[in-house]
Design a protein around this ligand. Structure first.
Ligand SMILES: C[S@@+](CC[C@H](N)C(=O)[O-])C[C@H]1O[C@@H](n2cnc3c(N)ncnc32)[C@H](O)[C@@H]1O
Length: 391
């Protein structure tokens, strides 16, 4: 397709990851919808288009004709009844059914769909089989397996594996296999998205406070002084003790017993240091609950230092990742901590991780902004797959 003049619709539009990519390729948006009012406002502020709301309430005939249908739809299980009744009934009541309703009515030339990685294996492969069969029976060519891809493969420092489904109407053409050599994964550098601290408005809001710094410092002392390499199991400070032979563990799941044993052994191997360290740690203000646990997921390194990593406070503990790329942005507020900057990632940096341009108007409420970028599709990846499909 000539990519300088085509129309597209943006279903489950969020803040318009698809819109950004498609309009940069010459597309004109003729319809958008999202059930979330805050997303609709951000969409309007950026593109001057007021998206419609709940897709289930929109008759297909009310949507204008279009060349390309884009949708990053929520992943839902299809009914078991569908397996007996046939594929056509399988998706009833799900949002995929609403996509198919619009596809079957308008038969656009191209469809570009995005979803979480789990879609490929969800419900033992049944979910993908239903999707594949429905799209194929609706008259579309598509690859037998969805493509799984992440921005960090092409040098954008976010690990975010997602499924992309490219479909071309059978009379228009077929989808070329998408070949990507994993050895060619580009190296990432988080500096490519980080803002200079002096340019961040209200920087104090994003800086770690003294208690957070003290907490990270105490864990830093721990990882620097225990026997290396650092353990890949979670470190539970309340289990850094002699094994408790009287504890009844018969009701515990086996993974929990395993982690308790490993923590006990780690303690026995480092008893002298840990005894002293625990005294200090217990006097550290934030050292309690989940913050008294550490999940080292940054691999082997000769001289570990938390201030060189990317961290997250999670319900399961302080999770530590390498400093090369960020873990996937998520729609809940678990914003990454950039160790070397001693601060949280800002909404503008989240926009950059999702390849939104720097003139994108971000929701002024940070909680909304983090959520919206956590839900969005990476713009550069949409461009990559749209170009692949159109060529
Ligand atoms: C994964 S997000 C898609 C984000 C989008 N691709 C972007 O770049 O921002 C899924 C979106 O579906 C929307 N949604 C969920 N149920 C919906 C419904 N019944 N009708 C319309 N939108 C819905 C959510 O509000 C959410 O914004």
């Amino acid at each position: 397709m000539k990519t300088d003049n085509f129309t597209f619709i943006d279903l489950f539009c969020g803040i318009g990851g698809f819109h950004q990519a498609m309009s940069s390729l010459g597309g004109q948006c003729v319809f958008a919808c999202d059930i979330d009012e805050q997303c609709r406002q951000t969409y309007y502020d950026n593109y001057g288009i007021a998206p419609y709301g709940d897709i289930t309430k929109i008759p297909a005939q009310n949507i204008p004709a279009h060349d390309v249908l884009c949708a990053g739809f929520p992943c839902q299980s299809f009914s078991k009844a569908g397996k007996r009744l046939g594929f056509n009934d399988a998706t009833k009541g799900t949002l995929f059914f609403d996509i198919m309703r619009i596809v079957n009515y308008h038969k656009p030339k191209y469809l570009l769909l995005e979803n979480v990685r789990n879609l490929a294996s969800h419900d033992n492969g049944n979910t993908w089989q239903v999707i594949y069969t429905q799209l194929s029976e609706a008259g579309y060519n598509l690859l037998e397996k969805p493509v799984i891809f992440s921005p960090h493969y092409i040098g954008i420092p976010q690990h975010r594996e997602r499924v992309f489904i490219m479909c071309i109407r059978k009379d228009v053409g077929s989808v070329k296999p998408f070949v990507f050599n994993e050895d060619k994964v580009n190296s990432c550098n988080i500096d490519s998205v980080l803002l200079d601290d002096s340019k961040i408005l209200n920087i104090k809001k994003y800086k770690l406070n003294k208690d957070e710094i003290d907490l990270i410092d105490i864990w830093n002392e721990f990882i620097k002084n225990i026997t290396q390499p650092l353990p890949s199991f979670p470190i539970w400070s309340d289990r850094l003790c002699e094994p408790d032979t009287k504890e009844d563990t018969s009701d515990y799941p086996s993974w929990k017993v395993n982690f308790i044993n490993k923590n006990n052994n780690l303690y026995l191997d480092n008893k002298k240091f840990i005894d002293e360290w625990l005294k200090k740690a217990k006097n550290t203000k934030k050292f309690n609950g989940a913050k008294a646990k550490l999940e080292w997921q940054a691999g082997k390194t000769p001289s570990p230092d938390l201030w060189d990593t990317i961290m997250h406070f999670r319900p399961s503990g302080l999770r530590v990742k390498t400093g090369t790329y960020f873990p996937a942005l998520v729609a809940i507020t678990q914003t990454s901590i950039i160790g070397k900057r001693k601060r949280y990632l800002t909404p503008r940096e989240c926009a950059r991780l999702q390849s939104f341009p720097d003139d994108f108007k971000i929701n002024t409420n940070d909680i909304q902004a983090y959520k919206q970028f956590g839900n969005a599709v990476n713009v550069e990846l949409v461009r990559l797959f749209a170009n692949h499909m159109f060529s």
